[in-house]
Design a protein. Structure first.
Length: 351
């Protein structure tokens, strides 16, 4: 895989990323056995891969400048509240925990986008090609690039009044057609235009503006999903605890593990989030127990999101501000708050 020079950092840049002195970085190289190895040694000093340094800093929780946490939400089965979980977490991180959040909507169904900006605004953006579909279209026509990150990035989205720090990179239905063509996109000079790094190249300079970046992936393991995983430190799997919804979990885990090894980047499974849980369902209780007992898949998170009629209403964007409890109902809002804190504690505890 070709390495872009923008992805390389020296000792000075590592020190700035970590909020420490250059001497501290030099000490880590000598004293810490798992500190990333340089990709090359120049007369001016060692050169490292930025993404490997970021991952190492996250794992070791070095004090100083806060590092951005990036994770994907994924499931091969639709209708499992994947997108609702993504949006609810983003709004909760912002409203209750004062985190700066970026939602990257890679799902062609555009549900996260519609929940956060509404249908009218989405139509306007889609008509002007200010969605992520334009980014991937550019890969197939590199001489006619039109993607503009600044114009595509939607700031202060959400109809939750207190969620003032949620930004969005919107999706488009056009991604359905684009995905099938990406595999044959031109690779560019020196084979540098890797189709799995299109998103990374577009957003890497902006990621550190946020505390949390959440990527809502399509219900498949195609190239667009791999773009989301490429920028992620880990992933969660929202799922209804039934046989059909959980069937593809082993495939997700295996495929992401293989992808992680292939690109030499750590992508950790943070856990499975049980959604639409019905306490009186024998199937739900049995499957939940099976998931918890299965050592081959990620752990099931303690917080369980129960079935609630309020979810349908939450999906409709309102033109007036509302609270999390008004949007999701009191019980669901509390559960999403608990889940957000559980995920944050895991992220800050070290990947």
């Amino acid at each position: 895989m070709a390495t872009n020079t923008d992805d390389l950092v020296g000792i000075n840049e590592v020190a700035l990323m970590a909020g420490v002195s250059k001497q501290a970085v030099a000490n880590w190289r000598v004293r810490v056995s798992d500190f990333p190895l340089p990709v090359t040694e120049l007369a001016s000093g060692p050169i490292f891969r930025r993404s490997q340094i970021r991952s190492w800093l996250l794992r070791n929780k070095r004090k100083g400048k806060p590092m951005t946490h990036v994770f994907s939400t994924i499931n091969l089965k639709g209708g499992v509240a994947k997108t609702t979980t993504t949006v609810a977490l983003a709004e909760t991180f912002s409203a209750n925990m004062r985190k700066r959040v970026l939602v990257i909507d890679l799902d062609p169904q555009t549900n996260a986008t519609l929940m956060l900006i509404g249908e009218d605004k989405w139509f306007e953006l889609n008509g002007k090609e200010r969605t992520l579909a334009r980014l991937f279209k550019d890969a197939m026509d590199p001489d006619n690039r039109k993607f503009d990150l600044d114009k595509t990035l939607q700031k202060s989205v959400s109809d939750v009044g207190a969620a003032k720090t949620v930004d969005l990179l919107p999706s488009s239905l056009d991604l359905i057609d684009v995905q099938d063509k990406l595999a044959s996109a031109p690779v560019g000079k020196f084979y540098a235009a890797n189709p799995i790094e299109l998103l990374w190249r577009a957003v890497k300079t902006s990621i550190d503006d946020y505390d949390i970046v959440m990527v809502d992936c399509p219900p498949n393991l195609g190239i667009i999903t791999l773009n989301g995983l490429r920028i992620s430190d880990g992933y969660i799997i929202p799922t209804i605890p039934d046989h059909l919804s959980t069937y593809g979990i082993p495939q997700i885990v295996t495929r992401i593990k293989d992808f992680s090894e292939a690109i030499s980047e750590t992508i950790e499974p943070f856990g499975i989030v049980a959604t639409k849980y019905q306490a009186n369902s024998t199937v739900h209780n049995n499957v939940l127990k099976q998931l918890r007992d299965d050592e081959k898949i990620p752990v099931v998170m303690d917080t369980i999101i129960r079935q609630a009629n309020q979810v349908a209403a939450a999906a409709e964007f309102q033109t007036y501000p509302r609270t999390l409890k008004q949007k999701y109902g009191s019980e669901l809002a509390t559960q999403y708050d608990e889940l957000a804190h559980e995920i944050w504690d895991q992220l800050e505890g070290g990947l």
